[in-house]
Ligand binder design. Structure first.
Ligand code: ADP
Length: 338
């Protein structure tokens, strides 16, 4: 399989800060890789290295086999970059911005005009194409920025936090466009602070913390590594709750038993089976035990972080040790690599 992005032992140092500290990453061509990590993890720094905007102080990085330091022009010809770079000219219209980008890719003028029109339609910007970019809303700007990144039809797209600061609707729109790209065979490296975003769009996720990839895998593998789902059940008649644990036999994750919160009558159980909630409902229903509420909670970004680093994604220290996850897995970086 062809690798679109290969970073080996990449280091970048700013004064005493090691923004990247021996980072390894491989992204297969035609896939979407989510680079997930808290603020300051080094995500933008890696994007800048791959985009040839920043020279690494050690290690090697290649895009479609071209070395970012030795062959920067060849790398630039194969990438599109969007996100926090605001390469837009506010004085130009959306259309003029895209035509300019197309001309930078050395497309003939007629082709540049055609391509710009096509991309504007695709990003639902047709109606505002001839308005100055400076008058666009935040969501429109991001779409135009992404459109600019795609105008040259680059085989590799680097997207740095494309939805940070967007309202939920604009974020949804952008997700739809990115899902489309995923189907079109473009290789995408997407940095994000949102697990949900990586989860929806990326085939594989690399979790970055303090300048390194500390875990890598499919979204499902990462969540599995972060611990089991938790099933919560509340009966309509709390007094009957004590009869429930035997009914849930066999549904718990390895070694887990149902915990009963006396006063509320709520039962919680760590589960491993994807059908645990449905199966629990079936069994309780068969015994005539009416359920008032049932909920299956998946590990969140915080849980993933907590289990990998022993601290929350926002950097808050917790009582949990870094050496183990709630489910007792070791946390070394091989753990959830496929
Ligand atoms: P992320 O994109 O994951 O939020 P960055 O790559 O922006 O992280 O930053 C990684 C680390 O490098 C942070 O500690 C940040 O403060 C530091 N850093 C980034 N850019 C610079 C810079 N130009 N000068 C000094 N330190 C920087």
């Amino acid at each position: 399989m062809e690798m679109a992005i290969e970073a080996a032992d990449v280091g970048v140092t700013y004064g005493k800060t090691k923004a990247l500290d021996g980072l390894h990453l491989r992204v297969e061509a035609g896939t979407v890789c989510g680079l997930l990590g808290p603020n300051g993890a080094g995500k933008t720094t890696l994007v800048r290295v791959l985009a040839t905007l920043l020279r690494p102080s050690r290690g090697q990085a290649r895009v479609l086999g071209r070395d970012v330091v030795r062959e920067p022009m060849a790398v630039r010809a194969t990438i599109g970059l969007a996100g926090q770079y605001a390469a837009l000219d506010e004085e130009l219209t959306g259309r003029e911005n895209l035509e300019m980008v197309a001309l930078l890719y050395r497309l003939p003028r007629a082709e540049a005009r055609r391509r710009a029109g096509e991309v504007l339609e695709r990003f639902s910007l047709g109606a505002v194409a001839d308005r100055r970019a400076g008058t666009y809303s935040g969501g429109m700007r991001r779409r135009l920025d992404l459109a600019a990144g795609l105008t040259g039809r680059p085989p590799v797209l680097l997207l740095d936090e494309p939805t940070t600061g967007l309202d939920p609707r604009s974020r949804q729109e952008l997700w739809a466009i990115l899902a489309e790209l995923r189907g079109a065979g473009t290789t995408v490296l997407l940095t994000t602070q949102y697990l949900e975003e990586a989860d929806r769009l990326a085939q594989r996720i690399a979790v970055v913390d303090t300048g390194r990839v500390i875990a890598e895998g499919t979204p499902a593998q990462l969540k599995a590594g972060a611990g089991s789902d938790v099933l919560r059940i509340r009966l309509a008649d709390p007094a009957a709750a004590s009869s429930v644990p035997p009914v849930l036999a066999g549904l718990g994750a390895a070694g887990a038993t149902p915990a009963l919160d006396g006063p509320s009558g709520e039962l919680t159980l760590r589960v491993a089976r994807p059908d645990a909630a449905a199966e629990a409902l079936r069994r309780l229903d068969a015994l005539g035990l009416r359920v008032a509420a049932i909920q299956l909670t998946q590990p969140s970004l915080d849980d993933v972080f907590l289990s990998l680093t022993g601290r929350a994604a926002d950097g808050t220290a917790t009582g949990r040790a870094a050496g183990g996850t709630p489910s007792g897995h070791p946390t070394d970086e091989q753990e959830i690599s496929a």
